[in-house]
Design a protein around this ligand. Structure first.
Ligand SMILES: *Cc1c(COP(=O)(O)O)cnc(C)c1O
Length: 397
């Protein structure tokens, strides 16, 4: 026997010692405002299913119909055995929704970030990230081989410093072989705050950089019909790469890129996570297409209205947090990893499920409860949450 398992046990014990050990909790119900764990029902504030669509009858029917027509699986990569109609319907719906020339979908948002950034950039290039971008973008930035710089969270001045560095002729290879890509989210996944997209767009134009914006937590929620923050601010046309996911407000699963026809054709040719991966199941694509249609209906509007009402309700009952654009993510920062885990456990003891978010999802010492509200929550649910939070976390300080 080798020392393989003992070595892993040693590493796991180190995680336990730092209050960073994680384990899966089996859920025996669909995602919704109530979930069942170990025979107990919990009020759920952990899901990114912001509009309550993951278990919506319209999405489920679309998925079932796709299974009946196109089967359960897809057999191979879309380039190898043909590209099923539900993906094309979804991509047309996405391009129309985001007002871009074209769109491409991937099996996950993670695969989208990796496949896109690594296709677009190489070792002669520069990538500049907001400090708090999602792990998939950080991983992609490391993997693509470009020089990596990070700017302070939502800080255009610091971004400008990095852009000056990137365009400094004395330090960089000649411009013909060098491109700079800025990547940010529009609504940040762990803090729920919004990027200053107009300032960032102005800077990228000034310095001739490209821009990629991940709208994972804005699509479906922010702006007219839930088209996202870029559309709301009128800057969608100036963003080279618009990314998002299909598994959050859209209630299905997968990731997407929206942009020019040239970008999409290029990704089909060069994106390794698209090319060397079996196509996602048709059911997911059909469900996402149904969600995009629902977004633009009066039901979509009333769901967004209800979500905003729940966010307002919780803010008025607990946290006086100033935010220009109310996102559905409300972090309650506790600091210590242990404190966050204990607060989460105490809430579970009161029948309320709120995840503790710890390193490496957030910085060390910035552990938190991450409350996510959905359109499916009722005012009574919010009151119960506020009461439970009052009891377990000293969040008002
Ligand atoms: C969730 C998320 C992703 C990854 O998407 P998956 O479909 O879950 O793989 C990428 N970027 C951001 C900002 C996210 O929140």
């Amino acid at each position: 026997m080798t020392d393989f398992n003992p070595e892993l046990e040693r590493r796991l014990n180190a995680l336990r010692g730092q209050h960073l050990f994680r384990e899966l909790r089996r859920v025996d119900s669909a995602q919704g405002t109530r979930i069942e764990i170990g025979g107990r029902t919990f009020l759920n504030f952990s899901s990114n299913d912001y509009l309550g669509l993951a278990n919506h009858s319209v999405l489920k029917e679309a998925a079932i119909k796709a299974v009946e027509t196109f089967g359960a699986g897809t057999g191979a990569s879309r380039l190898v055995c043909g590209s099923l109609a539900p993906f094309h319907q979804l991509e047309e719906a996405l391009a129309d929704f985001k007002r871009t020339e074209a769109a491409l979908t991937f099996s996950t948002g993670y695969a989208t970030a990796i496949g896109t950034i690594c296709a677009v950039l190489g070792k002669n290039d520069i990538i500049i990230l907001d400090k708090l971008v999602h792990a998939s973008i950080v991983d992609a930035a490391k993997l693509c081989g470009a020089k990596l710089r990070v700017f302070f969270h939502n800080d255009p001045e610091d971004l400008e410093d990095k852009l000056k560095w990137a365009t400094d002729e004395s330090r960089q290879p000649p411009p013909a072989t060098r491109h700079t890509l800025i990547v940010t989210e529009s609504i940040f996944s762990m803090d729920g705050d919004a990027a200053p997209l107009r300032d960032i767009v102005m800077l990228k134009e000034k310095y001739g950089a490209w821009l990629m914006v991940d709208e994972a937590h804005a699509t479906g929620i922010i702006g007219k019909d839930g088209r996202g923050l870029a559309d709301e601010l009128g800057v969608g046309g100036q963003i080279e790469i618009q990314m998002g996911t299909l598994g959050k407000a859209l209630g299905a699963s997968g990731g997407y890129i929206c942009g020019s026809r040239a970008l999409i054709d290029y990704l089909v040719n060069r994106s390794r996570s698209f090319i060397f991966s079996t196509a996602p199941v048709p059911a997911a694509a059909a469900a996402a297409t149904a969600a995009i249609q629902l977004m633009q209906s009066s039901e979509g509007e009333s769901r967004r209205k209800n979500l905003r009402a729940q966010v307002g309700e919780l803010q008025s009952q607990t946290i006086n947090r100033q935010s220009q654009i109310p996102a559905a993510i409300i972090p309650i920062i506790l600091g210590g990893e242990n404190e966050a885990s204990e607060a989460s456990a105490k809430l579970r003891g009161r029948g309320v499920f709120v995840p503790a978010i710890r390193y490496p999802a957030v910085a060390r010492g910035a552990a938190r409860l991450r409350v996510t509200l959905t359109a499916a929550h009722a005012a009574e649910d919010i009151s119960r949450l506020a009461g439970a939070l009052d009891e377990v976390a000293n969040h008002k300080s």
